[in-house]
Ligand binder design. Sequence first.
Ligand SMILES: Cc1cc2nc3c(=O)[nH]c(=O)nc-3n(C[C@H](O)[C@H](O)[C@H](O)COP(=O)(O)OP(=O)(O)OC[C@H]3O[C@@H](n4cnc5c(N)ncnc54)[C@H](O)[C@@H]3O)c2cc1C
Length: 404
Amino acid sequence: MRDFVEKEIVPIIDDLEYNGVPPYDVLRKLFTTFGMDELAGSNFDKQIAREESRASGASAEDSNTEKPATGTATEEAMDAVAMGLIPIIEISRHCQGLITAMGVSVGLTAGAIMSKGSLAQKKKYARDLLTLNKVGAWAITEPNSGSDAFGAMKATARRDGKGGYILNGNKTFITNGPFADTIVFICRLEEDGVEARDRKIVSFILDSGMEGLEQSAPFKKMGIGSSPTGELFLSDVHAGPERLMGESEDGYGRSGAKTTFSAERSGVACMALGLVERALELSLEYAQTRVQFGEPIGNYQLIQLKLAKMEVARLNLENLVFRFIETRAAGKDFSLSEASAMKLYAAQSAMEVATEAVQIFGGAGYMRATRVEQLMRDAKILQIYAGTDEMQIVAIARDLLANA
Ligand SMILES: Cc1cc2nc3c(=O)[nH]c(=O)nc-3n(C[C@H](O)[C@H](O)[C@H](O)COP(=O)(O)OP(=O)(O)OC[C@H]3O[C@@H](n4cnc5c(N)ncnc54)[C@H](O)[C@@H]3O)c2cc1C
């Protein structure tokens, strides 16, 4: 994986970060090089075969016999590491935006459809997203609703009286928004007699090019230039009932979106680990080679303190990632407070480490060529998306208090 990153990503990093080259071709190359597309496709086919046999009335026992032979928990954990986490860590060492673009398409968009979509929706949309044949976007944020994603949501779905819906609203800061083929659009169901804030949250699976759906050009951003971010404008978009997630008005409401939040939070720790590893590596090299006052700056205790703190952060992140893998290997999930605590720590430590790396490099750190400034700009987004630091704190405290 490291070899692939050095050969295929590092040489084109400026095009991806600053020159508007979309990330999807190199991500597809990653998938085909490591057979990630084939594995995702065959895992998908097996899961669908199981679901179809269950739907056709086969007993649980019958369907169990179709499951692939499962290995030990350790093997499964190692599969998860190889397939999911190692690419995230390795790519985030250089180009975290690629992971954002990939994660939103595969993890959030396909993930939402796989967890809450109907069988027909999974077959129609999820396979192409999981294999990266198509690009997905997951849209909840609006100009006036960010942290208060549900409370202030204005986007609506109105029943058209013929079983379908008319969708309206604007979404902003949407990863892959400018290029997405498939969009999960989250909105409120307009219902007479129900107060606006109490209306159901529903979501729809939309295709690029639908009448009334406009996808903006990418925004110019502080960091993660390799992850295109944009707006979506929906004006009287007609969606048939087959586009309603789960084909039910109770298919993907608040709980569905919250599950997606938890998944996102875990991925951030791996991104932070890659970024911190790289910042430390670059800082160590510079501290040994940059001479001031006749000595390498690494001989000065003020610089040593920064390096030592970076190592502490790296170890803590690595431990969190291992703990996450072990928890999943044991067939369990992190609680909301654990996932949020991991995200909060990961984001803050990545930002601190990257900022200190720039400091160690002095003026050179402020220059693009040394790359530490990119790590610092990329780290900042970890404190904002997938729930801001402040919202993680709220989530941790609420979850702890509710379960005390
Ligand atoms: C690059 C990028 C990619 C993104 N990708 C996606 C995507 O794919 N899909 C999607 O739907 N969204 C996406 N987002 C949106 C992102 O999730 C939101 O920006 C984020 O949730 C914060 O919302 P906001 O920007 O409206 O800030 P606000 O909610 O307006 O917050 C402003 C400040 O107030 C603080 N604040 C808010 N409420 C409280 C409170 N109760 N207590 C204390 N402090 C509070 C916040 O922490 C923050 O510091 C993306 C954003 C960016 C920048």
